[in-house]
Design a binder for this molecule. Structure first.
Ligand SMILES: *[C@@H]1O[C@H](CO)[C@@H](O)[C@H](O)[C@H]1NC(C)=O
Ligand SMILES: *[C@@H]1O[C@H](CO)[C@@H](O)[C@H](O)[C@H]1NC(C)=O
Length: 556
């Protein structure tokens, strides 16, 4: 999933909230409130849950897997909250059969997971060494999903670049990644494509580019302000297009699958909808976020507003060329139309207002946009500090995609909410509310004519949340990370989501209103189980400590 907790951005939000909320009451939001819509999703709508390799698999050096940039990054001290790593995480590599049982119990139609590039190509390169044990793991996972009638939706790049490619070439700063990634993707099509029909090339390339190469909060941790993100994104877009063409030329007629990309974006709403400058600032926010990737893939080039703003600011800096790279005419036509479906990740919304940043003073992706982000202090803020629950933003974003990109086929690939740290309450009322409200706005968007085919709750399990370590829990299932068996416990939202799935939506008020109460009936007993298990494991630890202090001399 994505996390955009750039310190810079958080600062704007907090600072501006203070001054704005003092003078105004966010009166305009009152018009946004819409009533709940009872109804069902189209027949065949696909319900799922998601995960990614580094966040859940663990087994970081098992069975011949190579190092990824996330292994290297997390092993450095001071990069991840509490210096945690994904070394063992949920042990999903060993427990995938149990996890498929959980999915089956929820009656999921699909499961979205990612393939770890260095698990099957330890050096990153196809012509050097293929790790058959890694291939076998994904074979077994895919086969078991299909046996249980769960459709695999497979992401090829969920951020875990082979570390060797970072060291040798500079990772996504280097155009040579295009061919290396294409070789890896081609191998996946060859080995898994007879069974996998939904491929996602990249998950949230915005985050790869901005947090990996601009702010450095994510692996590989580079801080190439003002250039690194644009260059990485440029190569990622080319790599996506190449992989789409590879599939189209070599595999599509035989395998009959689809190749898309998964973009994550917040919605940006103008602070003052009567102010043209705010309206344009909000438009820029979205174009610099989603349009950066979607516009080349659907229309052949970067959004005009990005070319204008970055070009002008580069000129003011005295640079001879724009910091935003340029596609040649051949590249534009090669890239245009390379998206069979759009994967969409969405979590929250911001208010946007115009704000000028003079160039020459630390130009960056963020200052290039000339805007500031705000939040309404009245928005519910149940989990991660950046994640406010603003359901109506979801419907607007979906309608924006429909009108901007000629109504493409959409799969929602990520949507969900975390909980505060140390919260071990399995009766997650706020998550049930979040799913209810966001999925309802999705239903409204479908009634608006947006072409959405599936929804993926993020995430199946609590997992390694990147730089936040294990402190942010997005899972439907709680994972006790302190127990080395990593047991899973259902939160109440499992029951709630199950009812949405079995009803294919929200049938009627009387029924929907009973769901929360019914879901909470089971979670208190789960709470007790978890508490008992924790007491026991603490007891075991103390007992183990005693044995160390006073060894039993029975070996004499
Ligand atoms: C993480 O590692 C750094 C560097 O060794 C150390 O200063 C810091 O205290 C560690 N943090 C925790 C929570 O252990
Ligand atoms: C890209 O990798 C090649 C080696 O294949 C190297 O010669 C070149 O300097 C790299 N370029 C960048 C920008 O790092």
């Amino acid at each position: 999933m994505m996390l955009q907790q750039c310190i810079l951005r958080t600062y704007y939000v907090l600072a501006l909230v203070l001054c704005i909320s003092a003078s105004e009451d966010f009166a305009w939001t009152k018009n946004e409130k819409t009533s709940f819509f009872y109804g069902t999703f189209p027949t065949g709508f696909s319900w799922g849950a998601g995960s990614s390799a580094y966040q859940t698999e663990g087994a970081w050096n098992t069975d011949g897997k190579g190092m990824s940039i996330w292994d290297a990054f997390a092993h450095k001290k001071g990069k991840i909250f509490l210096n945690d790593t994904g070394d063992s995480s949920c042990e999903g590599y060993f427990k995938f059969k149990d996890d498929i049982t959980l999915m089956k119990d929820m009656k999921l139609n699909h499961y979205r997971f990612s393939i770890s590039w260095p698990r099957i190509l330890p050096s990153g390169l196809k012509n050097e060494h293929i790790n058959e044990k890694g291939i076998k793991y994904y074979d077994d996972l895919i086969n078991m999903l299909l046996e249980n009638k769960i459709t695999p939706i497979v992401t090829l790049y969920h951020w875990d670049l082979p570390q060797v490619l970072q060291e040798k070439y500079g990772g996504w700063q280097n155009v040579s990644m295009v061919n290396h990634f294409n070789d890896f993707a081609n191998l996946c099509f060859e080995r898994f494509g007879n069974r996998v029909k939904y491929w996602i090339t990249f998950n949230n390339p915005w985050s790869v580019a901005v947090e990996g190469y601009e702010t450095g909060e994510h692996a590989p941790g580079l801080k190439l302000k003002g250039t690194g993100a644009y260059k990485a994104a440029h190569h990622i877009i080319k790599a996506h297009a190449k992989v789409w063409h590879t599939y189209d030329m070599q595999w599509r007629s035989k395998q009959k699958g689809l190749v898309g990309i998964s973009l994550t974006a917040d919605w940006g709403e103008p602070v003052d909808i009567t102010n043209q400058r705010d309206i344009e600032a909000a438009e820029r926010y979205i174009q610099f976020y989603m349009g950066w990737f979607a516009t080349p893939l659907f229309n052949g080039d970067y959004p005009q507003v990005m070319k204008d703003y970055i070009g002008r600011k580069s000129g003011q800096q005295g640079l001879g060329a724009s910091r935003l790279p340029v596609f040649s005419p051949q590249e534009k036509s090669y890239i245009k139309g390379t998206c069979d479906f759009l994967g969409l990740g969405h979590f929250t919304t911001r208010y946007i207002t115009q704000k000028n940043y003079p160039s020459g003073l630390g130009d960056s992706y963020f200052t290039d946009r000339d805007l500031a982000e705000l939040v309404d202090p009245q928005w519910p803020d149940p989990g991660s500090e950046w994640l406010y629950s603003v359901p109506w933003g979801f419907r607007r974003l979906l309608n924006f995609v429909k009108t901007q990109y000629a109504n493409p086929m959409i799969y929602v690939t990520e949507n969900g909410v975390s909980e505060k740290m140390l919260c071990t309450d399995l009766c997650d009322d706020w998550r049930m509310q979040y799913f209810k409200d966001y999925i309802n706005e999705l239903l409204k968007a479908i009634k608006d004519g947006v072409n959405v085919k599936g929804y993926t709750a993020w995430s199946l399990l609590d997992n390694f949340e990147w730089d936040e370590g294990y402190s942010e829990r997005f899972g439907l299932y709680y994972v006790d990370f302190r127990n080395k068996n990593k047991p899973r416990y259902p939160k109440a939202s499992v029951q709630y989501y199950k009812r949405i799935i079995s009803s294919n939506g929200f049938p009627n008020q009387r029924e929907v209103e009973s769901w929360k109460r019914k879901a909470v009936e089971t979670c208190s007993s789960s709470n007790q189980l978890l508490a008992a298990a924790r007491r026991k494991s603490q007891g075991d630890q103390e007992h183990a400590g005693m044995q160390k202090a006073w060894p039993v001399h029975d070996e004499v």
